[in-house]
Design a binder for this molecule. Sequence first.
Ligand SMILES: Nc1ncnc2c1ncn2[C@@H]1O[C@H](COP(=O)(O)OP(=O)(O)OP(=O)(O)O)[C@@H](O)[C@H]1O
Ligand SMILES: [Mg+2]
Length: 406
Amino acid sequence: MTAPVKAARRLGPGACIGVLGGGQLGRMMAVAARRMGYRVVVLDPNPRCPTAQVSDGVVVGALDDLEAAERLAAQVDVVTLDTEHVPSDVLETLETLVPVRPGSQVLRTIQDRLTQKQFLDRLGLPQATWAKVSSAEELQAAFAKVPRPAILKVRRAGYDGKGQVRINHDTEAEGALAALRGADAVLEQVVPFRRELSVILARSVSGDIAIYPLAENDHRRHVLHTTRAPAPVSAETRAAAEAIGVQIATTLGHIGVMAVELFELPDGQLLVNEIAPRTHNSGHYTYGACMTSQFEQHVRAVVGQPLGDPRSLTGAVMLNLIGDLWSRGKAPPWDEVFVLPEARLHLYGKDGVAPGRKMGHVLLLDDDTDRALARARQLSDKLGAGPPPEPPEPPEPAALPEAPAR
Ligand SMILES: Nc1ncnc2c1ncn2[C@@H]1O[C@H](COP(=O)(O)OP(=O)(O)OP(=O)(O)O)[C@@H](O)[C@H]1O
Ligand SMILES: [Mg+2]
């Protein structure tokens, strides 16, 4: 058809990286890329999106706008993404023009919860019991397989718990389907996890893998609240988590950073919650605590360079700053952050504040991660964050996801 694919060689500084989606992940990736002398052009509907603010150029368009994506591809040497919600068909077309990392086959498997779960089943990896639900009849059939309480999750475009409804009793079936407005979904058993962990790794063009210290995650109202790394886990648990991550990344032929979210059960068994084929909120601690941040690592992978050292230089706790902090009509008291010498403030430059929206994070660097966690909780209170602690089990009926805008 059109122009030949640009050669997939190792790209050096001066080369241009195209990013599909202009959220905070793209922004931090762009900062890392530009530090190393790469150029960045982003595709996003908002010309002032967080990534555009620190990029060399922006193509304004929706993530499913193929013509806009082709205009981006024409300006860059390689394309990557900051969200898995870019239609895989768009990526497949771009692949005829320019290297796309990760590739369309990775996104095709992951961006639909159904195909992702089928993939994990094929690999023999344990997950919460689940069933496909596209109709009221299928939901009734799913009840025979999936114990309650359960969660109905939309198959596509979910994030931060959006598009999820908890079902405690069968009588709630109709309301749950109505809340998802007929969207195709999967039903999943609520897992009585002891804690949530995530393994962040990167896979290079040549198949090398670098694995970061395991992260321990605490969610509030389905949004990540804090991450502690390294997670205090046994060597066996760490090895098991890493093996799961490596198996997934290798089988998918993934290129770039990838996160695998895990539930650790009371008996120590690990279940896969979901896969994110990109840099991840629970990996933000690497940007400050590790020799190579997940953002530099992703850049290295997509430009075809060798991976950097993922080791951590210090323990760390990350506290997410969500829009609720601005609820009193003004910015939180940042002095409370700056007064802490071990704290690093990251703000994403988002132009609209909304409850639950991720506006930034604070990283607390401390080898004593118990102390850092206590400090993060105090800081969260001082900043006015405090959504009250929620019971360990998840969702109240949640809103459907909007257009991609984390
Ligand atoms: N089956 C489950 N059992 C117990 N808790 C769950 C289950 N599914 C989800 N949760 C809780 O809700 C959180 C968000 O769920 P999930 O990861 O599926 O959503 P998401 O919308 O993809 O979120 P994100 O993009 O932030 O990861 C989980 O991290 C966990 O705390
Ligand atoms: Mg998740």
